[in-house]
Design a protein around this ligand. Structure first.
Ligand code: NZQ
Ligand code: ZN
Length: 400
């Protein structure tokens, strides 16, 4: 086991903590670019309250509206140009993962708007390293991606439908102000997409990472038990702010390094999903719900042990005394859980044409194979493997 653990984000967490925004923003700088999505922050009154708090704290601001879900490179460049014109000295995200990610791209684009795509790893020979970025403060309004405590952002170059990651320690938010009350208004489908997204973040490490990192494995099991149990309760009681609070912290910690340091592996499920959300603009968490059980079923014969542990320790199934059978039972249990929260889906639910999946598989390898000719993970996936997993997404009864 070998790792560097570093997480400098200062977190302020709790129901009602949003009211501290002005005071905390004043510690960040004199003028911010206040960035929101496509209308929810305005409609719900969060923007107005944020503007009032900034004004009361003596922090100047310019507002950028209109970050898309699966944020576009082009929009981030436009926002970065506004930040330059307005002489902002920090960026403030008020929104879901898309807004937080966009703010990280804006923070880099502020110093080099013409070349922002070069900093994002899209399979090019050399990724430009981030040398400077504006300081970032985030106020998440949706529990899902963990962008509030990680140094990454996922940005889509819309004209080529390429969705790729920028990851740099310069992009950790300096302040993350996490108020679960802001998430009560998230519609039920996005709520459950978010719950499954946070689960998949740690599942990727659990299955693909170093199995010797046992404490991290136990922490992940605890995280997953919490997310699956509380997430299911939230599905029947979405206005319950205490349940919102219970899934918020797992979301924030999932990619912070805390659960995964030393157990970091590849993220094949994310890579297969990112192609789908780039091409068909679907919700990230919903795309993961489509891929995850199929990927598990496809790869588990390679090394059933971690999948069997998942079945026993997370899905809490009793053992049949055989790793392979236990592992398969775990996938069935996961599908039952997905079904119970409206997330057991097929390609039809997304209107994705199966005939375009070979091109999608080619994109996946081209963008994410890191020059290896395969998508990494517990079973390295060739082009044919990726295509086969996509095709399984046509079927509900793929577990045969
Ligand atoms: O755009 P607005 O109007 O704000 O509406 C959003 C959007 O329609 C709405 N929403 C957000 N907060 C709300 C709300 N509606 C009502 N009440 C609220 N309080 O919810 C919808 C989805 O928002 P979005 O930000 O797109 O969702 P999410 O947080 O799931 O972010 C998804 C993006 O994050 C990337 C994904 O790929 C995707 O692009 N990811 C980022 C990661 C990271 N930075 O580390 C890791 C993840 O694996 C993921 O890839
Ligand atoms: Zn994710």
């Amino acid at each position: 086991m070998k790792f560097t653990f570093y997480n400098p984000t200062r977190v302020y967490f709790g129901i009602g903590e949003f009211e501290r925004m002005g005071e905390l923003a004043a510690r960040m700088g004199n003028k911010c670019l206040l960035v929101i999505g496509q209308g929810s922050a305005e409609r719900l009154g969060f923007l107005k309250r944020a503007e009032d708090m900034l004004a009361d704290a003596g922090v100047n601001y310019a507002v950028f509206r209109g970050i898309e879900s699966n944020p576009h490179l082009e929009t981030c460049v436009e926002a970065a140009r506004l930040a330059i014109e307005q002489k902002c000295d920090f960026v403030l995200a008020l929104g879901g993962g898309s807004v937080m990610d966009a703010c990280k791209a804006i923070a880099v684009g502020f110093y080099d708007p013409d070349n922002l795509w070069d900093y994002i790893n899209h399979g090019q020979e050399k990724v430009t390293p981030v040398k400077q970025a504006l300081p970032i403060m985030v106020v998440p309004t949706l529990a899902a991606t963990g962008s509030e405590m990680d140094p990454g952002a996922v940005i889509t170059r819309w004209e080529t439908r390429e969705k790729c990651v920028i990851w740099s320690s310069a992009l950790f938010p300096k302040i993350s102000l996490i108020d679960p009350a802001l998430t009560v208004s998230v519609p039920l489908d996005y709520t459950m997409d978010g719950v499954f997204d946070m689960a998949v973040h740690v599942m990727e490490s659990y299955f693909n990472g170093d199995q010797e990192a046992v404490l991290q494995g136990r922490l992940i099991e605890g995280c997953l038990l919490t997310v699956f149990t509380e997430g299911k309760k939230l599905y029947s009681d979405p206005e319950n702010v205490k349940l919102r609070e219970k899934v918020q912290w797992p979301s924030s910690l999932a990619l912070s390094g805390f659960f995964t340091a030393g157990r970091d592996g590849n993220s094949p499920v994310h890579q297969l999903e990112h192609v789908l959300s780039a091409r068909w603009d679907i919700s990230h968490g919903r795309g993961l719900a489509l891929i995850m059980p199929r990927w598990m079923w496809y790869v588990l014969p390679t090394n059933p042990a971690p999948f069997a542990n998942f079945a026993r320790n997370v899905m809490q199934l009793s053992s049949k005394g055989n790793d392979l059978e236990d592992a398969q039972a775990g996938v069935r249990a996961l599908c039952d859980w997905l079904d119970s929260v409206g997330l057991f889906l097929t390609l039809d639910d997304f209107k994705i044409p199966a005939g375009e999946l070979d091109a999608a598989a080619a994109d996946c390898l081209r963008l994410y194979d890191r020059g290896q000719g395969v998508i990494g993970g517990v079973k390295p996936l060739s082009l044919e493997d990726v295509h086969a997993i996509y095709l399984m997404c046509e079927m509900r009864d793929f577990m045969r």
